[in-house]
Ligand binder design. Sequence first.
Ligand code: COA
Ligand code: MG
Length: 374
Amino acid sequence: MRVQFSRRAGALPAILCGRVGAAPARLLSSPSGGGRGRAPFGNGCGGQARDGASFRGWLVSGIGRTLASPDRNRHRSGMETYRPRRSVLYVPASNDKALAKIAQLACDAVIIDLEDAVAPADKIAAREKLAGIFANRPGADRNGRRCEMVVRVNALSSEWGTEDLAAVAKAEPDGILLPKVDTPRDVLEVGDVLDDNFAPDSVKLWAMIETPKAMLNIGAIAELGRDPASRLDCFIAGTNDLIKDTGVQATPDRAYLLPWLMQMLLAARAGGLDMLDGVFNDFRDLDAFARECTQAAAMGFDGKTLIHPSQIEAANRAFAPSAQALAEARAVKDAFALAQNSGKGVIALNGRMVERLHLAQAEKLLAKAAAIGA
Ligand code: COA
Ligand code: MG
Protein backbone atom coordinates (compact mmCIF):
# COMPACT_ATOMS: atom_id res chain seq x y z
CA MET A 1 0.00 0.00 0.00
CA ARG A 2 1.51 3.31 -0.99
CA VAL A 3 1.60 6.16 1.47
CA GLN A 4 -0.07 9.14 -0.10
CA PHE A 5 0.31 12.83 0.58
CA SER A 6 -0.93 16.01 -0.93
CA ARG A 7 1.59 18.04 -2.84
CA ARG A 8 2.25 21.68 -2.18
CA ALA A 9 0.40 22.78 -5.28
CA GLY A 10 -2.82 21.16 -4.05
CA ALA A 11 -4.40 20.98 -7.46
CA LEU A 12 -1.25 19.59 -9.00
CA PRO A 13 -2.53 16.51 -10.53
CA ALA A 14 -5.50 17.54 -12.63
CA ILE A 15 -3.48 16.61 -15.68
CA LEU A 16 -0.98 14.37 -14.07
CA CYS A 17 -3.42 12.26 -12.10
CA GLY A 18 -4.87 10.57 -15.13
CA ARG A 19 -2.63 7.53 -14.86
CA VAL A 20 -2.16 7.33 -11.17
CA GLY A 21 -4.66 4.54 -10.73
CA ALA A 22 -2.44 2.26 -12.78
CA ALA A 23 0.82 3.38 -11.28
CA PRO A 24 1.09 1.32 -8.09
CA ALA A 25 0.88 -2.01 -9.90
CA ARG A 26 3.52 -0.89 -12.34
CA LEU A 27 5.76 0.39 -9.62
CA LEU A 28 5.50 -2.74 -7.59
CA SER A 29 5.96 -5.14 -10.45
CA SER A 30 8.60 -3.46 -12.58
CA PRO A 31 12.13 -3.44 -11.25
CA SER A 32 13.20 -0.88 -13.84
CA GLY A 33 10.06 1.23 -13.65
CA GLY A 34 9.96 4.83 -12.58
CA GLY A 35 9.45 3.81 -8.95
CA ARG A 36 12.75 1.99 -8.67
CA GLY A 37 12.20 0.64 -5.23
CA ARG A 38 10.38 3.63 -3.85
CA ALA A 39 6.93 2.12 -4.27
CA PRO A 40 6.23 1.72 -0.54
CA PHE A 41 6.93 5.40 -0.07
CA GLY A 42 5.64 6.82 -3.33
CA ASN A 43 2.50 8.86 -3.56
CA GLY A 44 -0.48 9.24 -5.74
CA CYS A 45 -2.66 12.29 -5.98
CA GLY A 46 -4.16 13.78 -2.87
CA GLY A 47 -4.47 11.78 0.31
CA GLN A 48 -2.87 12.33 3.65
CA ALA A 49 -0.11 14.84 4.21
CA ARG A 50 3.51 13.68 4.39
CA ASP A 51 4.33 15.00 7.84
CA GLY A 52 7.77 15.69 9.22
CA ALA A 53 8.16 12.28 10.85
CA SER A 54 7.09 10.19 7.87
CA PHE A 55 9.15 12.41 5.61
CA ARG A 56 12.24 11.78 7.71
CA GLY A 57 11.36 8.10 7.72
CA TRP A 58 11.18 8.19 3.96
CA LEU A 59 14.57 9.78 3.74
CA VAL A 60 16.14 7.28 6.12
CA SER A 61 14.58 4.39 4.23
CA GLY A 62 15.73 5.87 0.97
CA ILE A 63 19.26 6.23 2.20
CA GLY A 64 19.24 2.68 3.54
CA ARG A 65 18.18 1.35 0.17
CA THR A 66 20.72 3.43 -1.57
CA LEU A 67 23.66 2.30 0.49
CA ALA A 68 22.78 -1.27 -0.35
CA SER A 69 22.42 -0.48 -4.01
CA PRO A 70 25.29 -1.36 -6.35
CA ASP A 71 24.43 1.44 -8.76
CA ARG A 72 24.76 4.20 -6.17
CA ASN A 73 26.57 7.08 -7.79
CA ARG A 74 26.57 5.17 -11.03
CA HIS A 75 27.03 8.34 -13.05
CA ARG A 76 30.30 8.96 -11.30
CA SER A 77 31.61 5.43 -11.48
CA GLY A 78 33.92 5.66 -14.47
CA MET A 79 34.86 6.68 -17.93
CA GLU A 80 31.93 5.04 -19.69
CA THR A 81 29.40 7.06 -17.74
CA TYR A 82 31.22 10.38 -17.30
CA ARG A 83 29.21 13.21 -18.81
CA PRO A 84 30.96 16.52 -19.39
CA ARG A 85 28.97 19.57 -18.34
CA ARG A 86 31.59 22.25 -18.89
CA SER A 87 29.35 24.58 -20.86
CA VAL A 88 25.59 24.58 -20.27
CA LEU A 89 23.74 27.18 -22.33
CA TYR A 90 20.31 28.59 -21.52
CA VAL A 91 18.15 28.88 -24.61
CA PRO A 92 14.81 30.65 -24.14
CA ALA A 93 12.05 28.36 -25.43
CA SER A 94 10.37 31.45 -26.87
CA ASN A 95 13.33 32.36 -29.11
CA ASP A 96 13.10 30.45 -32.41
CA LYS A 97 16.35 31.84 -33.76
CA ALA A 98 18.25 30.70 -30.71
CA LEU A 99 16.55 27.28 -30.71
CA ALA A 100 17.54 26.76 -34.34
CA LYS A 101 21.18 27.25 -33.39
CA ILE A 102 21.41 24.39 -30.88
CA ALA A 103 22.65 21.79 -33.36
CA GLN A 104 25.62 23.98 -34.37
CA LEU A 105 26.79 24.84 -30.86
CA ALA A 106 29.72 23.15 -29.12
CA CYS A 107 28.26 23.34 -25.63
CA ASP A 108 28.00 20.16 -23.58
CA ALA A 109 24.38 20.82 -22.66
CA VAL A 110 21.53 23.21 -23.25
CA ILE A 111 18.76 24.26 -20.89
CA ILE A 112 15.59 25.06 -22.77
CA ASP A 113 14.12 27.72 -20.54
CA LEU A 114 10.44 28.08 -19.79
CA GLU A 115 11.06 30.16 -16.65
CA ASP A 116 12.79 33.54 -16.32
CA ALA A 117 13.78 33.97 -19.98
CA VAL A 118 10.15 33.67 -21.13
CA ALA A 119 7.68 36.52 -20.57
CA PRO A 120 4.36 35.57 -18.93
CA ALA A 121 2.46 36.26 -22.15
CA ASP A 122 4.65 33.77 -24.03
CA LYS A 123 4.71 30.96 -21.46
CA ILE A 124 2.07 28.73 -23.02
CA ALA A 125 3.33 29.11 -26.58
CA ALA A 126 6.86 28.34 -25.36
CA ARG A 127 5.69 25.18 -23.61
CA GLU A 128 3.87 24.04 -26.72
CA LYS A 129 7.14 24.07 -28.65
CA LEU A 130 8.74 21.39 -26.49
CA ALA A 131 7.44 18.39 -28.42
CA GLY A 132 8.85 19.76 -31.70
CA ILE A 133 12.18 20.67 -30.11
CA PHE A 134 12.67 17.17 -28.70
CA ALA A 135 11.42 15.43 -31.83
CA ASN A 136 14.32 17.05 -33.70
CA ARG A 137 17.04 16.88 -31.09
CA PRO A 138 20.60 16.81 -32.43
CA GLY A 139 22.38 13.46 -32.77
CA ALA A 140 25.71 12.31 -31.33
CA ASP A 141 28.26 14.75 -32.64
CA ARG A 142 30.42 15.48 -29.59
CA ASN A 143 33.06 12.80 -29.49
CA GLY A 144 30.25 10.26 -29.78
CA ARG A 145 28.06 12.08 -27.29
CA ARG A 146 24.81 13.94 -27.77
CA CYS A 147 24.36 17.43 -26.45
CA GLU A 148 22.51 16.92 -23.19
CA MET A 149 19.11 18.61 -23.27
CA VAL A 150 17.48 19.82 -20.11
CA VAL A 151 14.30 21.87 -19.65
CA ARG A 152 13.86 24.47 -16.93
CA VAL A 153 10.23 24.50 -15.87
CA ASN A 154 8.39 27.17 -13.93
CA ALA A 155 8.06 26.50 -10.21
CA LEU A 156 5.31 24.02 -9.37
CA SER A 157 3.78 26.68 -7.14
CA SER A 158 3.37 29.01 -10.14
CA GLU A 159 0.38 29.00 -12.45
CA TRP A 160 2.42 27.30 -15.18
CA GLY A 161 4.39 24.70 -13.21
CA THR A 162 2.01 21.75 -13.30
CA GLU A 163 1.36 21.88 -17.01
CA ASP A 164 5.03 22.54 -17.72
CA LEU A 165 5.87 19.33 -15.92
CA ALA A 166 3.27 17.32 -17.80
CA ALA A 167 4.60 18.59 -21.15
CA VAL A 168 8.23 18.03 -20.16
CA ALA A 169 7.59 14.50 -18.91
CA LYS A 170 6.24 13.65 -22.37
CA ALA A 171 9.23 15.21 -24.13
CA GLU A 172 11.60 12.97 -22.11
CA PRO A 173 14.55 15.34 -21.83
CA ASP A 174 17.80 14.29 -20.19
CA GLY A 175 16.94 16.47 -17.26
CA ILE A 176 14.38 18.80 -15.75
CA LEU A 177 15.77 21.84 -13.98
CA LEU A 178 13.71 22.94 -10.99
CA PRO A 179 13.86 26.61 -10.04
CA LYS A 180 13.65 27.95 -6.48
CA VAL A 181 14.20 24.61 -4.75
CA ASP A 182 13.97 25.30 -1.03
CA THR A 183 13.80 21.85 0.56
CA PRO A 184 14.27 18.15 -0.29
CA ARG A 185 10.52 17.90 -0.55
CA ASP A 186 10.51 20.18 -3.60
CA VAL A 187 12.63 17.59 -5.41
CA LEU A 188 10.78 14.56 -4.09
CA GLU A 189 7.41 15.91 -5.19
CA VAL A 190 8.53 16.32 -8.76
CA GLY A 191 10.17 12.90 -8.75
CA ASP A 192 6.89 11.39 -7.64
CA VAL A 193 5.02 13.17 -10.41
CA LEU A 194 7.50 11.84 -12.97
CA ASP A 195 7.16 8.32 -11.60
CA ASP A 196 3.41 8.59 -11.72
CA ASN A 197 3.67 9.70 -15.32
CA PHE A 198 5.96 6.85 -16.36
CA ALA A 199 8.88 9.13 -17.15
CA PRO A 200 11.88 6.87 -17.82
CA ASP A 201 14.70 6.67 -15.28
CA SER A 202 16.90 8.53 -17.75
CA VAL A 203 15.01 11.75 -16.98
CA LYS A 204 17.06 13.30 -14.17
CA LEU A 205 16.34 16.25 -11.92
CA TRP A 206 18.56 19.27 -11.66
CA ALA A 207 18.03 21.84 -8.90
CA MET A 208 18.63 25.60 -8.91
CA ILE A 209 20.21 26.60 -5.62
CA GLU A 210 19.18 30.23 -5.54
CA THR A 211 17.26 30.98 -2.36
CA PRO A 212 18.40 31.61 1.22
CA LYS A 213 16.25 28.65 2.31
CA ALA A 214 18.03 26.34 -0.14
CA MET A 215 21.34 27.42 1.35
CA LEU A 216 20.10 26.59 4.85
CA ASN A 217 18.89 23.17 3.66
CA ILE A 218 21.69 22.43 1.24
CA GLY A 219 23.01 19.29 2.94
CA ALA A 220 19.59 17.65 3.12
CA ILE A 221 18.81 18.50 -0.50
CA ALA A 222 22.16 17.15 -1.69
CA GLU A 223 21.72 13.94 0.30
CA LEU A 224 18.95 12.98 -2.12
CA GLY A 225 21.68 12.46 -4.70
CA ARG A 226 22.69 9.31 -2.81
CA ASP A 227 19.36 7.73 -3.72
CA PRO A 228 19.03 7.11 -7.46
CA ALA A 229 15.26 6.94 -6.97
CA SER A 230 15.24 10.67 -6.30
CA ARG A 231 16.61 11.28 -9.84
CA LEU A 232 18.63 14.23 -8.46
CA ASP A 233 21.77 14.64 -10.55
CA CYS A 234 23.01 18.20 -10.62
CA PHE A 235 22.99 21.55 -8.76
CA ILE A 236 23.17 24.92 -10.45
CA ALA A 237 24.13 28.01 -8.48
CA GLY A 238 21.52 30.68 -9.14
CA THR A 239 23.74 33.61 -8.34
CA ASN A 240 21.48 36.38 -9.69
CA ASP A 241 18.61 35.30 -7.44
CA LEU A 242 20.87 34.81 -4.43
CA ILE A 243 22.19 38.36 -4.87
CA LYS A 244 18.64 39.67 -5.23
CA ASP A 245 17.27 37.80 -2.21
CA THR A 246 20.13 38.46 0.19
CA GLY A 247 21.25 41.95 -0.73
CA VAL A 248 24.94 41.05 -1.00
CA GLN A 249 26.94 43.17 -3.39
CA ALA A 250 27.97 41.64 -6.72
CA THR A 251 31.71 42.28 -6.96
CA PRO A 252 34.04 41.11 -9.74
CA ASP A 253 35.82 38.70 -7.38
CA ARG A 254 32.47 37.44 -5.99
CA ALA A 255 33.81 37.88 -2.47
CA TYR A 256 30.39 37.75 -0.79
CA LEU A 257 29.13 34.81 -2.84
CA LEU A 258 32.15 32.57 -2.41
CA PRO A 259 31.19 31.10 0.99
CA TRP A 260 27.82 29.99 -0.41
CA LEU A 261 29.30 28.71 -3.65
CA MET A 262 31.81 26.60 -1.73
CA GLN A 263 29.07 25.32 0.56
CA MET A 264 27.05 24.25 -2.50
CA LEU A 265 30.12 22.55 -3.93
CA LEU A 266 30.77 20.66 -0.71
CA ALA A 267 27.15 19.53 -0.43
CA ALA A 268 27.06 18.48 -4.09
CA ARG A 269 30.15 16.32 -3.59
CA ALA A 270 28.67 14.78 -0.44
CA GLY A 271 25.60 13.86 -2.48
CA GLY A 272 27.52 12.68 -5.56
CA LEU A 273 26.07 15.48 -7.70
CA ASP A 274 27.52 17.65 -10.42
CA MET A 275 27.87 21.33 -9.53
CA LEU A 276 27.56 24.11 -12.10
CA ASP A 277 28.33 27.77 -11.60
CA GLY A 278 25.84 30.59 -12.21
CA VAL A 279 25.68 32.80 -15.29
CA PHE A 280 27.89 35.77 -16.11
CA ASN A 281 25.56 38.55 -17.20
CA ASP A 282 27.94 40.84 -19.11
CA PHE A 283 28.15 38.59 -22.14
CA ARG A 284 30.18 41.07 -24.21
CA ASP A 285 33.08 41.02 -21.68
CA LEU A 286 34.71 37.71 -22.56
CA ASP A 287 37.91 38.41 -20.61
CA ALA A 288 36.04 38.88 -17.36
CA PHE A 289 33.93 35.84 -18.21
CA ALA A 290 37.05 33.72 -18.73
CA ARG A 291 38.38 34.88 -15.35
CA GLU A 292 35.18 33.80 -13.64
CA CYS A 293 35.39 30.41 -15.35
CA THR A 294 38.96 29.97 -14.15
CA GLN A 295 37.86 30.84 -10.63
CA ALA A 296 34.97 28.35 -10.73
CA ALA A 297 37.18 25.59 -12.14
CA ALA A 298 39.70 26.17 -9.34
CA MET A 299 36.84 25.95 -6.84
CA GLY A 300 36.02 22.48 -8.14
CA PHE A 301 32.94 23.25 -10.21
CA ASP A 302 32.15 20.95 -13.14
CA GLY A 303 31.10 23.72 -15.49
CA LYS A 304 29.32 27.00 -15.95
CA THR A 305 25.87 27.97 -17.04
CA LEU A 306 25.91 30.36 -19.99
CA ILE A 307 23.58 32.87 -21.58
CA HIS A 308 25.25 33.46 -24.95
CA PRO A 309 26.98 31.24 -27.54
CA SER A 310 30.08 33.46 -27.39
CA GLN A 311 30.74 32.09 -23.87
CA ILE A 312 30.96 28.43 -24.88
CA GLU A 313 34.58 28.29 -25.97
CA ALA A 314 36.06 29.84 -22.83
CA ALA A 315 33.95 27.58 -20.59
CA ASN A 316 34.98 24.45 -22.50
CA ARG A 317 38.60 25.46 -22.12
CA ALA A 318 38.47 26.40 -18.44
CA PHE A 319 36.71 23.23 -17.28
CA ALA A 320 38.80 20.83 -19.37
CA PRO A 321 41.92 19.29 -17.80
CA SER A 322 45.05 21.30 -18.68
CA ALA A 323 47.86 19.72 -20.69
CA GLN A 324 50.04 19.80 -17.59
CA ALA A 325 47.42 18.12 -15.42
CA LEU A 326 46.98 15.41 -18.04
CA ALA A 327 50.72 14.80 -18.30
CA GLU A 328 50.92 14.45 -14.51
CA ALA A 329 47.94 12.09 -14.46
CA ARG A 330 49.55 9.87 -17.12
CA ALA A 331 52.81 9.83 -15.17
CA VAL A 332 51.01 8.72 -11.99
CA LYS A 333 49.12 6.01 -13.87
CA ASP A 334 52.29 4.75 -15.60
CA ALA A 335 54.21 4.72 -12.32
CA PHE A 336 51.63 2.56 -10.55
CA ALA A 337 51.53 0.25 -13.59
CA LEU A 338 55.22 -0.63 -13.16
CA ALA A 339 55.76 -4.17 -11.84
CA GLN A 340 57.87 -2.95 -8.91
CA ASN A 341 55.02 -0.72 -7.70
CA SER A 342 52.17 -3.16 -8.15
CA GLY A 343 51.63 -3.95 -4.47
CA LYS A 344 52.54 -0.54 -3.09
CA GLY A 345 50.16 1.95 -1.51
CA VAL A 346 52.55 4.84 -1.76
CA ILE A 347 55.47 5.62 -4.10
CA ALA A 348 57.84 8.49 -4.84
CA LEU A 349 57.48 10.20 -8.21
CA ASN A 350 59.76 13.06 -9.22
CA GLY A 351 60.45 13.89 -5.59
CA ARG A 352 56.79 13.82 -4.56
CA MET A 353 54.78 11.35 -2.52
CA VAL A 354 52.05 9.72 -4.59
CA GLU A 355 49.38 7.53 -3.04
CA ARG A 356 46.68 5.33 -4.53
CA LEU A 357 44.18 8.13 -3.97
CA HIS A 358 46.25 10.14 -6.45
CA LEU A 359 45.96 7.23 -8.89
CA ALA A 360 42.17 7.33 -8.54
CA GLN A 361 42.25 11.10 -9.08
CA ALA A 362 44.47 10.65 -12.15
CA GLU A 363 42.20 7.99 -13.62
CA LYS A 364 39.19 10.25 -13.16
CA LEU A 365 40.94 13.09 -14.92
CA LEU A 366 41.99 10.83 -17.80
CA ALA A 367 38.41 9.56 -18.12
CA LYS A 368 37.20 13.15 -18.29
CA ALA A 369 39.75 13.96 -20.98
CA ALA A 370 38.74 10.91 -22.99
CA ALA A 371 35.06 11.88 -22.79
CA ILE A 372 35.69 15.36 -24.14
CA GLY A 373 38.29 14.22 -26.66
CA ALA A 374 41.08 16.24 -25.01
N1 COA B 1 21.20 30.40 -27.30
C1 COA B 1 21.29 30.22 -28.63
N2 COA B 1 21.53 31.24 -29.49
C2 COA B 1 21.66 32.47 -28.96
C3 COA B 1 21.56 32.71 -27.58
C4 COA B 1 21.32 31.61 -26.74
N3 COA B 1 21.20 31.75 -25.41
N4 COA B 1 21.75 34.02 -27.35
C5 COA B 1 21.96 34.59 -28.56
N5 COA B 1 21.89 33.67 -29.52
C6 COA B 1 22.06 33.86 -30.97
C7 COA B 1 21.13 34.97 -31.44
O1 COA B 1 19.89 34.43 -31.78
C8 COA B 1 21.90 35.51 -32.62
O2 COA B 1 21.64 34.68 -33.72
P1 COA B 1 21.81 35.22 -35.23
O3 COA B 1 23.28 35.42 -35.45
O4 COA B 1 21.24 34.12 -36.06
O5 COA B 1 21.04 36.50 -35.31
C9 COA B 1 23.36 35.33 -32.23
O6 COA B 1 23.36 34.34 -31.20
C10 COA B 1 23.98 36.59 -31.69
O7 COA B 1 23.17 37.10 -30.67
P2 COA B 1 23.34 38.58 -30.13
O8 COA B 1 22.76 39.54 -31.13
O9 COA B 1 24.76 38.79 -29.77
O10 COA B 1 22.53 38.58 -28.80
P3 COA B 1 21.05 39.07 -28.61
O11 COA B 1 21.08 40.54 -28.37
O12 COA B 1 20.19 38.54 -29.70
O13 COA B 1 20.62 38.31 -27.26
C11 COA B 1 20.43 37.88 -24.96
C12 COA B 1 21.21 38.62 -26.03
C13 COA B 1 21.12 38.02 -23.63
C14 COA B 1 19.00 38.46 -24.87
C15 COA B 1 20.36 36.39 -25.38
O14 COA B 1 21.68 35.96 -25.51
C16 COA B 1 19.59 35.49 -24.45
O15 COA B 1 18.37 35.49 -24.47
N6 COA B 1 20.29 34.64 -23.66
C17 COA B 1 19.65 33.69 -22.80
C18 COA B 1 19.02 34.39 -21.60
C19 COA B 1 18.40 33.39 -20.66
O16 COA B 1 18.06 32.29 -21.02
N7 COA B 1 18.26 33.79 -19.37
C20 COA B 1 17.72 32.94 -18.37
C21 COA B 1 18.78 32.22 -17.60
S1 COA B 1 19.84 33.27 -16.72
MG1 MG C 1 16.39 32.17 -10.91
